[in-house]
Design a protein around this ligand. Sequence first.
Ligand SMILES: [Zn+2]
Length: 299
Amino acid sequence: MKNLSILFLMLCAANAVAEKKLNIVATLPDYAAIARAIGGDRVTVTNLAKGTEDPHFVDARPSFVRVLNKADLLIEGGAELEIGWLPPLVAGARNKAILTGAPGHLTLAQYIRLLEVPTTPVDRSMGDVHPIGNPHFNLDPLNGKPMSAAIADKLSALAPANASFFRANQEKFVQELDRKFAEWKKVMDPLRGTKVVTYHKSFDYFIERFGLELAGTLEPKPGIEPSPTHINALIPQAKAEGVKYIIIEPNRPRRTPEYVADAVGAKLVLLPGLVGGAEHVDNYFELFDYDIAQITRGR
Ligand SMILES: [Zn+2]
């Protein structure tokens, strides 16, 4: 009898170990990095966009449909960030589990206080790619808290047997984030009030969190390439305002940013906007370690 109950316990343990790993697909490497931190060895995580890509305009590779077909969970940013490339892939994947509204779908924007939510309707025909608010909320490190909490809740709902494991990992993630944030804030504090120009409206959450000031963007509107008229108006304005940095992602064209930096007397800084956007930027913490080191270097 005793042997039988031991055998039973062993079978249970074997069963728990053999429980299928949740198969997670995240649109951006940042969401994937957080999902890995929470899910540990109980999940497999794939990201669709690379950190070197523009998250609005991702190159949809045929493998994406296969990956989405096998997913238990799709994590997207939402706020129309992926609207230009994700919907046809999800439709093509024929996987009911990950459709919007299904248990295997998570839209992170629902858990975030979005910046720049328009109070009047935006004319989409003008090509503005931020018509319902700024979707680049991954760049406020403290948004790691609601993002990781939403992911932990979702993973726990999909795999309740692992709920306490996910919860413990989420708490660890938030503790590390708080510790790192105190360091980052200390390094960034002397830059408070510094005026910057960015290429796209992608660093607004970072700028707000660390007390920088956005004096303008090289794009006349989010998603619209810089025009001579816009640049010629921006340069004297940025000069008059004493803009110190022109911030662009490493994948942006360099000619216009270099020209503007030169004309304004500002420093051109390359800051990845996503995990994987530069070498050794392999997780959410390393993204801010890297970007903050870049912007404060040689100050
Ligand atoms: Zn954008």
